[in-house]
Design a protein around this ligand. Sequence first.
Ligand SMILES: [Zn+2]
Length: 279
Amino acid sequence: MKKIILFLFLLGVFNVYSQKVFDTHIHGEKDPSAQMLQLENSGVYKAAISTSWDLQNTYRKKNSIELLYGLMLPCPNGKVPYGDRFCFSDGKEWPDIKWVEEQIKIGKIDFIGEILNQYYGISPSDKLLYPYYELAEKYNLPVGIHSGLAGPNHGCPNFRVSMGSPILMEDLLLKFPKLKVWIMHAGSPFLEDTIGIMSVYQNVYTDISVISNPYIVSYDDFRATMKRLIDAGLENRLMFGSDNGDIKKAIESVDKLDFLSLEQKEKILHKNAEHFFKK
Ligand SMILES: [Zn+2]
C-alpha cells in the first residue's frame, strides 16, 4: 500500500514537472524571487516579461527561468498602468529611439511590448509607433500589442475600448510585412477580428492570457473561444500567457480542454512560442 501511495505521489510530482510551459506574458511584481519560484513550480521554464525599465533590470540576475525582456510603450503620463511606477526614470511616455536601438544592440531588449496604445488612446497603427516597429523589423524582434479590454483602476483616462480591436493592426501589418506581431489577450472580446487578422496575416500570433484566467473570464467562455480559434485553423499560432494571473489555474484551463490533442496542448503551452520568439 505504501508503495502504491509513493508511486502515486511521484506520478503527481512528475506530472507537474513534465509539463513544459513558456509563459509569453508576465509583468513585474514586488517580490521577483517569489514570483519566479511560483512560475518554476508550475512548470514554467521560460517567460517574456515587460514592466517598468528599472524593475525589469532587477530581473536580470541569474534566474532559474529563462527570461526574455520587453520594452513597454507608450506609457500614459509616463506610468505603467495599474500603479504609480514610471516606465522610464525620466518620466517620459515614449523612450528615445536612439536609446532603444542601443539597448537592442547590447542585448537588453528581446521584444517590443507590451504596446500600451489602447491605454494611451491611440490605434496600434498610429504613426507615432512606427519608429519602434521599424527597429523591431530591422532586428527581427517580436512586437506584442495589448488588445481587448482592461481591468479596473488602470489609471489611464485616455483608454478607449475602440482602440482595442486587432482589426486596427492591419495598417501596421501592411506597412511592416516582415514584422512578427502577437495580439495580447487574443483580442477578446473582439474575437472575430482576431480571427480575421490572423487568417490573412500568417506572421500574427496571439497569447491567451486573461482569457485563460477563470477569475476574469469564465471557463465556458474560454473553452468556446479556444474552440473558435482552433476551428479557424490557428493551432500553430496560439501561445500560453498568464499576465500574472493564477498560473496553476491558467495551465489547468488549457489542460481541461478535451477537444485538444496532447500535441496541440504542447504547441499552445510552449512549442508555438519557441517558434515565434526564435531569433
Ligand atoms: Zn495587456
